[in-house]
Design a protein around this ligand. Sequence first.
Ligand SMILES: C[S@@+](CC[C@H](N)C(=O)[O-])C[C@H]1O[C@@H](n2cnc3c(N)ncnc32)[C@H](O)[C@@H]1O
Length: 229
Amino acid sequence: MRFDVLTLFPELIQSHMGFSIMKRASDDGVIEVVTHNPRDYTHDKHRKVDDTPFGGGVGMVLMPQPYVDCYENVSRLENSVTIMMTPQGEPLTDGISNELAQYKQIIILCGHYEGFDERIREIIKPREISVGDFVLTGGELPALCLIDSVSRKLDGTLGKIESAHDDSFSDGLLEYPQYTKPRVYRGLEVPEVLLNGNHKMIEEYRKEQKIIRTKQKRPDLYEKWKNKQ
Ligand SMILES: C[S@@+](CC[C@H](N)C(=O)[O-])C[C@H]1O[C@@H](n2cnc3c(N)ncnc32)[C@H](O)[C@@H]1O
């Protein structure tokens, strides 16, 4: 999977790729993350990428020319999708990450300041994705959320040790509670059922816990799951 990220701050993207599971996935060639800076496509000597909004208002808006030229210079693979990170987009979910993992290339537009000149949307026609109903200073963190969550879906990113099999959302429920050593910590004991080696009982306990905690923590997800049973 190739990610092409249009960003004014490429170091923010690259730094995340230098650690842990994402680094291994890059080193193993499971993913490739390439950054493109719209500032390199400006025509003026100040390399200006933003300007004041027509109609007045605070902040600076990203000008169309550097973004559109930069976008049009990204070489396109056959099975490719373009995403704009924006608080106005559809909320990123596990389902969308699964869907995006089917592509060979994801081109991601990261905004900054007050966001994109509307004509960038009109010309590029990206799919718009948000990471939640809050506003961040730039699209780099949202892009990294997307890259990370999609990468976890690809064969070869997670080793056995980090398996996504029982992760929250994979079957519509949140994950069961997890414990590791020691058996007792500050008087809190690991549930007996996890220590008895009876795999059937462990499986039943975990299934039950998933349902209980989803009902408690995310009644919206619980209702959806229940209606599908
Ligand atoms: C300060 S925001 C612009 C917000 C814009 N003025 C609005 O109200 O919709 C700057 C950039 O950060 C990114 N961004 C901020 N919050 C985001 C979110 N919740 N999801 C995805 N991207 C976000 C987008 O790329 C956006 O263009």
